[in-house]
Design a protein around this ligand. Structure first.
Ligand SMILES: Cc1cc2nc3c(=O)[nH]c(=O)nc-3n(C[C@H](O)[C@H](O)[C@H](O)COP(=O)(O)OP(=O)(O)OC[C@H]3O[C@@H](n4cnc5c(N)ncnc54)[C@H](O)[C@@H]3O)c2cc1C
Length: 271
């Protein structure tokens, strides 16, 4: 036996290394968006709304990983993700080509602030999202714990084009129609979507729809009030910054895992 052989045989496996999961299904929505499902290791635990690192083996042997919100709820046997396709993106230029049976790397430490634990009790929960920022809410709206904690749940989704709203519409409709679990959201969950560039029944940015009061008129509910309302926000940096200002102007305070309060924020991507 050579010294190299000895070093290799005594090397311990890295307990934090990603696990290799299998792609179960892939569905493309537009040339910019797709969803996929992976096998879920039995040991993988997360809170609905959290994100995890996922990726593919890199060309240099090091894994190429990016943060992704888990879009499926924590009770699900498999893991769903909703993804952008960035044409020159190091990961998504390759990830968009995955097919059933392919391998995808899954990190071991889910984290995040878009969790029920970071909010104090109230009557109504808003989830405000743009683009792939809907992903953590796709997880939360399918979690019974959300409906135990809140009487009313309003999830908003704003995109540029109508076709980009398909995933949120499909997810909400499928959940409410599910014979096993849909009943828990019936009469409580409402999707309020809008488009910024194409003609649609609701047009404009959610911040403008809040400021003008149209969102509240359309839904038939009072304006934001810290006594009754809590919010989760996930979108671009501009959207999250602007909505934070809107929340604060209505008297809501930002919370975190260590200090639960009235609203929480997570950026849907960096850059
Ligand atoms: C906490 C967190 C959670 C995330 N969850 C998701 C998720 O659920 N789904 C998802 O698709 N992405 C998510 N992202 C973004 C993701 O980590 C990657 O940036 C994305 O997959 C693109 O990877 P890439 O290597 O191809 O390009 P990158 O080099 O990572 O990004 C290149 C550029 O593409 C743009 N971009 C990246 N991601 C997005 C996006 N989601 N929407 C619009 N523009 C984007 C940005 O301008 C960025 O600078 C999340 C990021 C963070 C920080």
């Amino acid at each position: 036996m050579t010294i190299t052989d000895q070093v290799e045989t005594t090397k311990k496996p890295n307990p934090n290394a990603p696990t290799q999961e299998t792609v179960l299904s892939v569905q493309h929505y537009t040339d910019r968006l797709f969803k996929f499902r992976l096998t879920r290791p039995q040991s993988f635990r997360f809170r609905s709304g959290e994100f995890i690192m996922i990726g593919l083996p890199g060309e240099n042997g090091k894994p190429l990983l990016r943060a992704y919100s888990v879009a499926s709820p924590n009770w699900d046997d498999t893991l769903e993700f909703y993804s952008i396709k960035v044409p020159d993106g190091p990961l998504t230029s390759r990830l968009q080509k995955i097919e059933q049976g392919d391998a995808v790397l899954l990190g071991r430490k889910p984290v995040g602030t878009l969790v029920l634990d970071a909010l104090t009790p109230a009557r109504r929960l808003y989830m405000f999202s743009t683009g792939t920022g809907f992903a953590p809410f796709a997880s939360l709206i399918r979690d019974p714990a959300v409906y135990e904690a809140f009487d009313e749940v309003i999830v908003t989704h704003t995109c540029r084009d109508v076709a980009e709203l398909a995933y949120s519409q499909e997810t909400v409709e499928a959940f409410l129609a599910d014979p096993d679990i849909g009943e828990i959201g019936a009469g409580k969950l409402r999707l309020y979507d809008s488009c910024t560039r194409e003609s649609y029944p609701r047009t404009g940015r959610v911040t403008d729809l809040i400021r003008s009061g149209k969102l509240f008129e359309d839904l038939g509910i009072p304006r934001l009030d810290p006594a009754t309302d809590r919010a989760m926000i996930c979108g671009s940096i501009d959207m999250t910054k602007e909505l934070k200002g809107v929340m604060e102007s209505h008297g809501l305070k930002e919370g975190s895992n260590s200090e639960p309060a009235d609203f929480v924020i997570e950026r849907a991507f960096v850059g």
